[in-house]
Design a protein around this ligand. Structure first.
Ligand SMILES: NC(=O)c1ccc[n+]([C@@H]2O[C@H](COP(=O)([O-])OP(=O)(O)OC[C@H]3O[C@@H](n4cnc5c(N)ncnc54)[C@H](O)[C@@H]3O)[C@@H](O)[C@H]2O)c1
Length: 247
């Protein structure tokens, strides 16, 4: 098969569901060998070229995963960090454990995945990393403090990685999706008036599809994005471009 990622080895965390799963499928269509890590849905992972059941907060497990990929394929060309959780709450109302879990999975988990693959990419003199932030990494939002903070942190992590590893030939970019139809948002907003109000804040007046985020990830992984690093691309139907106010 030929494509934008022909014969490349792409590692995707959170590959069993939603955006991660769609990215895994798109990467395979683009010609890549796809390795997926996730804590759930082993059956979905098993469809990939290599399945690594793994909690992204497990530093040792993550380093071991990168070693396993190197042993099997001899290279890691790309990483997409899709593993993430939605954690709501305010500073005074959230359990401290919720705050910590959001930091652990969304921010530390992203850093650990990058930390595991970077030595191999640096040795090869090339590589591309795509992180998953959110519209709530770029703007505030009520009742969503742990998530907002971790996704803002992912943007700064992305820029910091781009700064530290650009000279080694590694590109690091973020995607910031708006409301995307996945199991994550289904659980949050199904049958709720919040859902339609939220969708109305997107200029395109609809929710996005996981495949639409996946296409942007494939672009950033590919040589088509060869001079793009440290960037954040909103895939948000215009959510971040304007405020929806009726005059
Ligand atoms: N869906 C949206 O509207 C939306 C919007 C903006 C950003 N995002 C971000 O995109 C990413 C993917 O979200 P999604 O909508 O596909 O969600 P999802 O719930 O469908 O998929 C997330 C996957 O991550 C896995 N995961 C969770 N914790 C993990 C852990 N500790 N270790 C390993 N795997 C773990 C889950 O098992 C699941 O398979 C997340 O980082 C999310 O914050 C999603």
């Amino acid at each position: 098969m030929t494509g934008a990622l022909n014969d490349q080895v792409i590692f995707i965390t959170g590959a069993a569901s939603g955006i991660g799963r769609a990215t895994a499928e798109a990467a395979r269509r683009a010609g890549a060998h796809v390795v997926g890590a996730d804590i759930g849905a082993d059956a979905e992972l098993a469809e990939l070229d290599m399945a690594l059941p793994l909690d992204v907060t497990d530093a040792q497990g993550m380093a071991g995963a990168a070693a396993q990929i190197m042993k099997e394929f001899g290279r890691i060309d790309g990483l997409v960090t899709c593993a993430g959780i939605s954690v709501v709450g305010t500073a005074t109302e959230m359990p401290l454990a919720d705050w910590q879990r959001a930091l652990d999975v969304n921010l530390t988990g992203t850093m650990l995945a990058a930390r595991a693959v970077l030595p191999h990419m640096v040795a090869a003199g090339r590589g591309a990393i795509v992180t998953l932030s959110s519209i709530y990494g770029m703007t505030g939002g009520t009742g969503n403090t742990p998530y907002n903070v971790t996704k803002g942190g992912v943007l700064q992590l992305t820029r910091s990685l781009a700064a530290d590893y650009g000279a080694a030939g590694i590109r690091v970019n973020a995607l910031s999706p708006g409301f995307i139809e996945t199991p994550m948002t289904h659980g949050l907003h199904a049958a709720s008036p919040v859902r339609s109000a939220f969708i109305d804040m997107h200029l395109l007046k609809r929710a996005g599809r996981a495949e639409e985020v996946a296409k942007a990830a494939i672009f950033l992984l590919s040589d088509d994005a060869s001079f793009i690093t440290g960037a954040n691309i909103p895939v948000d139907g215009g959510f971040s471009a304007a405020q929806v106010i009726r005059f």
